[in-house]
Design a protein around this ligand. Structure first.
Ligand code: SAH
Ligand code: DHB
Ligand code: MG
Length: 224
């Protein structure tokens, strides 16, 4: 089994089950044209996020790490017309590409894109004392996953679903001595998750067009 085969199967699944969509295609094309890295979720993973948010009946979604808005559009489309999605992005170029893609998708009233380091924005969101988020997608810098988890929990309620991307990293996650701080960030995130009594969680390994990685899926079981 190799990358070529994983990508071919992803292609097969996507052709069958993920409807072609000009707005999502345009989001990827404009992101590539602007030089953004191709580290968006795959189409079938975007659909997974959308399905999970729909199952959750989410009305308020938080996304940490917008890039060009690809996963943002998938998630925002799971929302009812009166729903809201807040997405956090530190890079002005990424945010500007994303804002155009969100507008092209007709989601500018639903999506609140906040430019700045996510940690600062998370503190601000907590200070705003808004209603808790129903669904949170963590996908920004891996070094900060432990902090993103702590803040996500603060911004949650009993029943909130927290998803984290890129938690397996080619299997690197099992190496306690790994030199990459991103791997150490994900390990620390896993340890916090494991030690947190208000969380029940699992991780699924994934292969596909984006290589070998994984998603953590967690539910908050008590009001934080
Ligand atoms: N969720 C996107 C991919 C996000 S890639 C998708 O699947 O389509 C990770 C993003 O996090 C990048 O755009 C990067 O600029 C952003 N990022 C990195 N560090 C950040 C930080 N400290 N605060 C906010 N965003 C950050
Ligand atoms: C990277 C970040 C991501 O969110 C992702 O899905 C893949 C790779 C990265 O920083 O390399
Ligand atoms: Mg990711």
């Amino acid at each position: 089994m190799n990358q070529e085969q994983w990508a071919a199967v992803d292609h097969y699944i996507t052709e069958l089950l993920v409807s072609p969509d000009q707005v999502l295609e345009a989001a990827l094309q404009t992101s590539a044209a602007a030089g953004l890295p191709p580290i968006n979720v795959a189409p079938n993973q975007g659909k997974l996020l959308q399905l999970l948010a729909t199952m959750q009946g989410a009305k308020n979604i938080l996304e940490i790490g917008t890039l060009g808005g690809y996963s943002t559009i998938w998630l925002a489309r799971a929302l009812p017309p009166d729903g809201h999605l807040v997405t956090l992005e530190a890079e002005p170029l990424h945010a500007s590409v994303a804002q155009k893609n969100i507008s092209r998708a007709g989601l500018e009233k639903i999506v609140d894109l906040r430019l700045g380091p996510a940690l600062a924005t998370l503190k601000q969101l907590a200070a705003e004392r808004r209603e808790p988020f129903d669904f949170i997608f963590i996908d920004a810098d891996k070094e900060s996953y432990p902090d993103y988890f702590i803040w996500s929990l603060k911004l949650s309620r009993r029943g909130t679903c927290i998803i984290a991307d890129n938690v397996v990293r080619n299997g690197a996650v099992i190496d306690p001595a790994h030199a990459d701080p991103r791997v150490q960030g994900v390990r620390r995130f896993n340890e916090l998750l494991a030690a947190e009594p208000r969380i029940t969680a699992t991780t699924v390994q994934t292969v596909g067009s984006k290589g070998y990685d994984g998603f953590t899926i967690a539910i908050v079981t008590a009001d934080p």
